[in-house]
Design a protein. Structure first.
Length: 162
């Protein structure tokens, strides 16, 4: 059940990140069109593109952790004696889970502290810049726990895009 929830979350994150990437492209195209064709640069396009890039990269990072596409400690595992490999992998995923938890907590603190300020060109709370960090950290934590459970059970975590 937990794996199905994580798989659904991961696929949803991929869909949101893909849509966000499309919106980034549209924002940048509109900004270039406004600047060079209309001679009237839309001031909100750059700020919106930056916010979207944060969502795209952070959600992509979380999915990368679930799909084991992140930089791992493969060379350390290669020299580790066979009886200890599983425990070392569990330790690595636990460290990544701890990092995700810290990332989520500190991102939420930053988001809360900046919500009273506005992004001048968008009129949205500046704390929105930290929301993707909070979400990605929580997802990294959940996905790392999924890897630990899979290692204990002796199963594999299937990639989200299959």
């Amino acid at each position: 059940m937990y794996t199905r929830i994580c798989a659904a979350l991961s696929k949803f994150c991929l869909m949101i990140a893909t849509a966000g990437l499309g919106l980034v492209i549209l924002c940048v195209l509109y900004q270039v069109f406004g600047r060079y064709v209309l001679n009237d640069t839309p001031t909100w396009a750059e700020a919106l593109a930056l916010l979207l890039v944060l969502f795209v990269t952070m959600l992509g990072t979380a999915v990368g952790v679930r799909d084991a596409g992140h930089i791992g400690m493969e060379s350390l595992l290669a020299i580790c004696p066979q009886p200890y490999k599983k425990w070392l992998e569990i330790f690595i995923h636990a460290v990544v889970a701890g990092f995700g938890a810290c990332m989520s907590y500190n991102g939420s603190v930053l988001a809360r502290n900046a919500m009273d300020y506005k992004i001048p060109t968008l009129g949205l709370p500046e704390g929105l810049y930290n929301v993707p960090i909070t979400i990605a950290g929580a997802l990294i934590f959940l996905f790392s726990i999924e890897h630990i459970i899979a290692l204990v059970k002796g199963t594999e975590v299937e990639q989200a895009w299959h």
